[in-house]
Design a protein around this ligand. Structure first.
Ligand code: FE2
Length: 199
């Protein structure tokens, strides 16, 4: 099975000023595409893995090997592009069961995002920040390093943010906090809500 680069759910100019066209183009066309290409290359001749889905590869391939890294980075980037939207509609969240659980768990949505930001800023080096539902349906936030994935731990991702420097350097240089603040204004709450209801 050949893996392909999924289409972006919006134009490359649509996330401005959160992300410039140049930033989206480099991130999507170079970084994301390269992970897909690396995955297909790594799977050549690998009978055991060649027909597995991305999620199965993330769960079953040797940790930090070429197949795992490329599969996880491919999945994470696709989920990241889906996690943001040119039309971030917060009122969608306010009507949801997720909203109630966020309030019960973190105190408020603002406090949840404060924790998300704190987690992002304390992630040393490259990685990802996740809002997720765990095996007991509790909500939590964590970060992972490099290509590590919470899917491997059977956690259900609801929202992800890319905190590799390549995700924000073009528009924010080293200002990861500024990037996070703009990310929060572009969360696709309908996508987050759909993930919550699907699991
Ligand atoms: Fe990235």
């Amino acid at each position: 099975m050949k893996h392909t680069l999924p289409k972006l759910p919006y134009l490359k100019t649509a996330l401005q000023p959160f992300l410039s066209e140049e930033a989206v183009t480099v991130h999507y066309e170079k970084h994301h595409r390269t992970y897909v290409d690396k995955l297909n290359k790594a799977l050549e001749g690998e009978q055991k893995y060649k027909d597995l889905s991305l999620e199965e590869l993330i769960s079953q391939a040797p940790l930090n090997g070429g197949i795992f890294n490329a599969a996880s980075q491919t999945w994470n980037h696709t989920f990241f592009w889906q996690s943001v939207s040119p039309n971030s509609e917060y009122h969608v969240l306010e009507k949801s069961a997720l909203y109630k659980q966020i309030n019960d768990t973190f105190g408020s949505c603002e406090k949840m995002l404060d924790k998300f930001k704190e987690t992002a800023l304390s992630q040393f080096g490259s990685g990802w920040v996740w809002l997720f539902k765990n095996k007991t349906n509790a909500l939590d936030i964590c970060s992972t390093s490099n290509a590590e994935s919470i899917i491997r731990d059977n956690k259900q991702p609801l929202l992800i943010c890319d905190v590799w420097e390549h995700a924000y350097y073009i528009d924010y240089q080293n200002d990861r906090a500024g990037y996070l603040d703009a990310f929060f204004d572009h969360i696709d709450w309908q996508f987050v809500e759909n993930n919550y209801n699907a699991s």
